[in-house]
Design a protein around this ligand. Sequence first.
Ligand SMILES: *Cc1c(COP(=O)(O)O)cnc(C)c1O
Length: 525
Amino acid sequence: MSMNNVGRPTRPEASPDAVNDYLHPTLTGARGLLQDEALIFELNAWDKTGVDLPDAPPADDLGDLLRTAPIGLPGLSEPEAVRHYVRLSQKNHAIDLALYPLGSCTMKHNPRLNEKMARLPGFSDIHPLQPQSTVQGALELMDRLAHWLKTLTGMPAVALSPKAGAHGEMCGMLAIRAAHEANGQGHRKTVLAPTSAHGTNPATAAFVGYTVVVIAQTADGRVDLAALESKLGDHVAAIMVTNPNTCGLFERDVVEIARLTHAAGAYFYCDGANFNAIVGRVRPGDLGVDAMHINLHKTFSTPHGGGGPGAGPVVLSAALAPFAPTPWIVNHEHRFTLVEEARGPAAQAFGRMSAFHGQMGMFVRAYAYMLSHGADGLRQVAEDAVLNANYIKARLSDLMSPAFPNGPCMHEALFDDTWLDGTGVTTLDFAKAMIDEGFHPMTMYFPLVVHGAMLIEPTETESKQELDRFIYALRALAGAAKGGDVERFKGAPYHAPLKRLDETLAARKPRLRWKPVAAAPLAAE
Ligand SMILES: *Cc1c(COP(=O)(O)O)cnc(C)c1O
């Protein structure tokens, strides 16, 4: 009988058929407390409503435009609507449910204090077109957030308006392009990126009009300096490097990378999505970085996943600061103004990143997180994130094969799939089996430079107890894989509402429109 880490049996019976016995189909499609749930349109009660509305007055003057068929919106009573959405929510994984080890994503706990602050009416009930004199508090908060971001990174300027990491990359690359053009260097059309780069880096460079050239990596997972030098030249506009990189390793030669890049007349773009691993300990400005986005939704705990808004402010060096996009905030001793148009000395601004000023709700949450941690607390964030990843690496390395076994990692532990050789189980199978054990899978098959990669980022908000639960599950699964229990993996996930989806087909041929199954009389949408 298999026992969990507190010594309780995990299943009544651990026979080879246990999985199938346990999954004996129910009569209703429910699985215990998890109810089966139809689409809201399939609940199909068009004439029902959760509110009482007075009958509409006759609309004689609409002539031909009067609707002749029902509108086709589903009708639910209040309790039905509540149950529908609660049931749907139970089909999702959530950071509030369990550890969410998706590497490079920093799925950390979102402190509830942040939410409380973001809901203060002075922040949540304002409009971007209000007169500036009526939103002085919001502008002051943005100014203070900008101050913290500049202080933590050691950079002189920040553009707050980009709305995600990738949007921030675009902002930084547009500033780099504007600076080259202003300096008579517009012929530079190449951007260098290492093989381990996050996919957004080459995508951004291409989107901004550059050709991407890849730089090789060393055997220990860092940028190969000789390869970099051989690719630099008068045609190179910038290098894009993530630090710590996507192998979870600190680029030891980062200062030399910056020096070589600058000597070739190019700018150094640092992908700062992994800033949570070094915040409070390393200032990217001291490393020679010219532009770096910061994902507030990663490092500073604002919610993400499920399509919620992010925020990707970009810090800029003195060389790039004059090209920062509008708007920015000017602090005139207790009075704050937003500069919306680039005139006079600011005329080099390359334009705007978005219609308004950025994600106010995220600014408030990130600033609340900074204030509640303080400078020492933010330093501890980085230290705990790195400690937690190394704990996982140390506890799993006897069973799974770390991609870079020598030396510690930063905030994420990276394994390859050599340890699965001969088991018949793949990285994908292993990840799917994790869903059955109640965990979101780690990042799979990325970075591409590591075969069958499994990238685990625990973040600093997990306690040792939670890490031990996770490690227990992974060790048990690794034992099952090595013990020949292939069935457990090939059919996984057994317990999820949907099994293995054809993700490629879903991406290539998305079916985005629901069509009624029954011949319900519906008007066109
Ligand atoms: C998350 C991430 C990005 C992209 O950030 P988004 O907010 O998802 O656009 C870019 N680079 C790295 C290394 C990341 O981890």
